[in-house]
Design a protein around this ligand. Structure first.
Ligand SMILES: Cc1cc2nc3c(=O)[nH]c(=O)nc-3n(C[C@H](O)[C@H](O)[C@H](O)COP(=O)(O)OP(=O)(O)OC[C@H]3O[C@@H](n4cnc5c(N)ncnc54)[C@H](O)[C@@H]3O)c2cc1C
Length: 398
């Protein structure tokens, strides 16, 4: 049977695109080099910050994509339950962003004004107010480690592994073929088109031919794109997380302090994350980094000093030099689309990315301006959301 589309990458971006395309009646194959636990998507924390009305952020392409994807997530979560009986745990648990006195607190006051200006529900709380809404912070408040912060009632969480599994099941139900052990080792180009993918798997080597191809290989997309003459920077940025367990759940909301966070889960566990490290394709966890995450967790919530560390892991975020993903056609290659470089927001932006890619493959104009995401665009100096800026800030805050 001829294949309409072959997608390189079985993370959240590749699977979301596969699901959308298959839902539109296309025959799709997904090639992934490794199992889902090795992806950034599986490793993610699953925080969805509240989003403004897209009209309030018109002109900020990344914010528009996130806001639109946020609304699609609500539909997708319901559809996924209906199709797969798996609940991805999408839930508006709310979030607190807290700081001690000093520069962090000043930054939060400015952030609160920005949230307000964008029409996002947001309340400034002094220390006593924070302890009142989230009693687990009372010890940190009493010790002066938390002196104020922002309550964002619409911050959401999702369970990334469950979402991935639900997407895989939905894809299977829609006829998508997915292999987790198939590495694309070469891309054959002729006459301005990709003619096939060289694939290696335990079954041997094969050439996979399709009408169109999507490059959605996360942090590994840069090198693959380079092999077809496209320069995109999807530099891997490692993030480490520790999974903590207490006899009972003590947190209701996500707690963010600087770039660190605690995410309560409905099974009683708490995720403590995360690092932002530019260390190449190294997915190991480092004891000293995990110790720092545990120390931050205990500083915020004293009870966590006695928590059991159930698991630790790391994932490689696909970085982006200007803080924007690359989504669009590859210049000079008429049947290839790239969807990569979503950095810290790939889970959140995945359904919107999927609809954009499916529209492009069907020759339709996507419902938002994707010009700023053009693969191979000229990249200026690092902006506030760029990989380089955030990695530098993470290093300075340590
Ligand atoms: C610690 C951490 C916390 C995060 N928290 C959040 C969060 O709270 N909210 C949020 O929205 N985002 C978060 N992210 C970011 C998010 O996880 C990523 O942006 C997103 O998962 C990227 O998805 P992806 O599909 O592009 O890449 P990946 O999930 O990494 O998938 C890449 C896929 O490509 C495949 N592949 C690579 N090379 C080849 C090849 N040669 N041949 C075949 N297949 C190949 C891999 O096997 C894999 O299947 C976090 C990330 C980390 C690491």
């Amino acid at each position: 049977m001829s294949l309409d589309c072959c997608i390189i990458g079985g993370g959240i971006i590749g699977l979301s695109i596969a699901r959308e395309l298959a839902g539109r009646g296309r025959s799709v194959r997904v090639l992934a080099r490794e199992g889902r636990r090795e992806t950034a998507s599986w490793a993610a924390a699953g925080i969805f910050p509240p989003v403004p009305d897209p009209a309030a952020v018109a002109g900020d392409a990344n914010a528009v994509l996130t806001a639109w994807s946020d609304s699609l997530h609500r539909h997708w979560a319901r559809e996924l339950v209906a199709e797969t009986r798996l609940d991805n745990g999408l839930f508006a648990c709310g979030g607190l962003h807290v700081a001690a006195a000093g520069a962090g607190l000043e930054r939060l006051r400015r952030d609160a004004e920005v949230w307000h200006a964008k029409g996002v529900r947001c309340e400034w709380l002094e220390a006593s107010g924070l302890a009142a809404v989230e009693p687990a912070l009372a010890g940190a408040v009493a010790a002066g480690r938390v002196e104020g912060g922002i309550l964002l009632p619409d911050e959401m969480r999702i369970r990334p592994p469950r979402h991935l599994e639900a997407l895989e099941r939905s894809c299977a139900g829609r006829g998508v073929s997915l292999s987790h052990d198939s590495e694309v080792t070469g891309i054959t180009v002729a006459g301005g088109r990709v003619n096939g993918l060289e694939v290696r798997s335990p079954q041997g080597a094969e050439t996979v031919v399709a009408g169109s191809y999507v490059l959605a290989a996360g942090a590994w997309s840069g090198p693959l794109a380079e092999s077809i003459g496209l320069a995109i920077d999807t530099r891997p940025i490692r993030g480490q997380i520790a999974l903590l367990r207490l006899p009972q759940q003590v947190l209701g909301r996500i707690v963010n302090r600087g770039l660190d966070y605690l995410v309560p889960r409905d099974d009683g566990r708490i995720l403590a994350g995360s690092t932002l490290e530019d260390v190449g394709f190294d997915r190991a966890t480092v004891p000293t980094d995990i110790a720092r995450l545990l120390a931050v967790a205990a500083e915020l919530v004293g009870d966590l000093a006695g928590a059991t560390v159930e698991k630790t892991w790391a994932g490689l975020r696909p970085g982006s030099a200007d803080g924007l993903p690359s989504i669009g056609r590859v210049p000079g290659k008429e049947n290839v689309i790239v969807a990569a470089g979503h950095f810290r927001a790939g889970l959140h932006q995945s359904p919107g990315t999927a609809v954009i890619v499916a529209d492009l493959l069907e020759g339709k104009s996507p419902p938002l301006d994707i010009g700023p995401f053009a693969p191979g665009r000229a990249i200026g100096p690092p902006g506030p959301a760029s990989t380089a800026t955030l990695v530098a800030r993470a290093a300075a805050e340590r």
